[in-house]
Write a protein that binds this ligand. Sequence first.
Ligand SMILES: [Zn+2]
Length: 221
Amino acid sequence: MIQSGQALSTAGYRVQPLVVPQVSCRRAALNTKRAISFVSPVHGEEHVGVPTREVVCQVCGRHSRIPIAALSAHCVHCRSHFETADYVLRSGTRHRALRTLGRVTIPEDAELSHLDIMCSDLVISGKISGRFRATQKLELCGRANVSGELSAVFLSVPFGARVTVDPSVMVQDAELHGEMRGRLIAKGQVRVYAGGKLLGDCRARKLLLDPGAMHEGMRLL
Ligand SMILES: [Zn+2]
């Protein structure tokens, strides 16, 4: 852990803890009121092994890496500030609008409406409505049912899932091992694997149907 007031150079980043009066993070209550700012690697600096992960800035859309333990971060490109906490949203949660570079999970038994979520990774198994944007991966699992605006860079529907999107989901690329009902709009490639089903219209630069895969719906141009 980084001690307050101590500056470290790690994994290509100069980590400079600073005390901020209010960090909009649920862990702030645990006396961890620190933001960590990441600047570009200094030329010739030795890289030491601090575990990091890739994040995509929700303002400028560019990629950078932050230490896994960071509570919040500044984008190295546009200096926007983000929290990085992961959330699990259950029925009755007080979190309706969320902006985080972390992962948001909506479990199977959750039923939530009027959500407004922007995050890196989004895993949905429950029944929800609202506006959802994953700047990296969206996973629709179990009997997920999503109505409203839904978009992501990459969509995955795992084997055994039977999910519904109403009216549509917009992505760059998608992989379907299970069944998805609803319209799928992809800028890149959609691949439906053996046993997978796409029940709805599809617009994609490339639609690949493996032997044993099914598509019922229009191929939109
Ligand atoms: Zn940015």
